[in-house]
Ligand binder design. Structure first.
Ligand SMILES: [Zn+2]
Length: 306
């Protein structure tokens, strides 16, 4: 259920250097690093990526840790899970380990007094954060997953996407969760929400990313999750408009509504600053200057759903 196309295994600095060169030559825009990238390979990746000017985004590799990722100036950190090792006291009953369950449950024991300094260090390192809160759904209690699967958004998922939720216990990295763990995970999410608020509070940029289907629709859910985490609707909108434009180095008014900006706009039937869910009430879209009304968008959705 996970697309592994483009994934490369690296063991050492030479591997890391070579992999970056190959991926850059293949035309990729980013190098994404995962949990198990060895520290030596990470050093090779970061050095070569800097030389070629290709950003390194991704997880905080276990061997590298948050300190190493911040020191390396990793362009962005996805999911924010790697912060847990800095937040959980040594005597907490749940300690983070290599598996997702232990790390998810450990968050609930996070020491809130440590969050502000971590947020400031992230800002000072110039590292961007992509919390991908939508991904939490796979770790939520059955009742919330079932409620989600009944939403209009979920109606746009393929059978395969639905199976990701309905058959989640067969996914290796979820299979050791029990029903009580899915409930306990919610307490940890609340601690992670504190970190996200602190990042935005100190001016460390946070981006809306989904990493979960149905793509496009899930972005609206991400905005709702960010507001649920305590961001204002305005801050959530920035995470999906002006900040990504800045992250991608797009000038010329990209990501904002101003004279001279690219003619890429969405017209809503409600004020998203009053209720962020209004971003789903799309009356029409201007794409590269072309107006697509609701009927046209519905026809495109119908076509895409076949
Ligand atoms: Zn990831």
């Amino acid at each position: 259920m996970i697309d592994t196309a483009g994934r490369v295994i690296v063991h050492d600095s030479v591997d890391g250097t070579r992999a970056v060169r190959e991926q850059a030559a293949a035309g990729y825009d980013f190098i994404k690093v995962y949990n198990n990238v060895p520290a030596a390979a990470y050093r090779g990746i970061v050095a070569e990526a800097e030389r070629l000017g290709i950003p390194v985004a991704g997880h905080i590799p276990f061997e590298v840790g948050l300190d190493g990722a911040l020191a390396a100036g990793q362009t962005s950190i996805e999911h924010l899970r790697g912060y847990v090792w800095h937040l959980v006291p040594e005597d907490a009953p749940n300690q983070p380990g290599a598996d997702l369950r232990s790390r998810t449950l450990a968050w609930a024991h996070g020491d809130l007094s440590r969050i502000q300094a971590l947020a400031e260090r992230t800002r000072d390192a110039g590292v961007w954060s992509v919390p991908t809160l939508s991904v939490r759904m796979i770790m939520k209690p059955d009742r919330l997953v079932e409620a989600y699967l009944a939403t209009e958004e979920a109606s746009h998922m393929t059978e395969g996407m639905r199976a990701f939720y309905t058959e989640r216990m067969s996914i290796p990295w979820i299979s050791n969760f029990g029903p009580a763990d899915f409930e306990a995970a919610m307490d940890g999410f609340a601690v992670a929400d504190s970190l996200i608020r602190a990042l935005v509070g100190v001016g460390a940029p946070v981006l809306a990313g989904t990493d979960t289907p149905p793509l496009g629709f899930a972005l609206h859910r991400e905005l709702e999750e960010l507001v649920g985490a305590g961001l204002s609707p305005f801050e959530a909108l920035q995470s999906a408009t002006v900040l990504p434009a800045r992250f991608l180095g797009r000038g010329g008014g990209a990501g904002m509504v101003a004279e001279g900006s690219p003619a890429d706009l969405v017209l809503l039937e409600g004020d998203p600053l009053a209720a962020i869910a209004n971003t789903r009430r799309i009356a029409g879209v201007v794409r590269r200057g072309d107006w697509l009304d609701r009927a046209t968008l519905d026809a495109m959705l119908e076509e895409a759903g076949r």
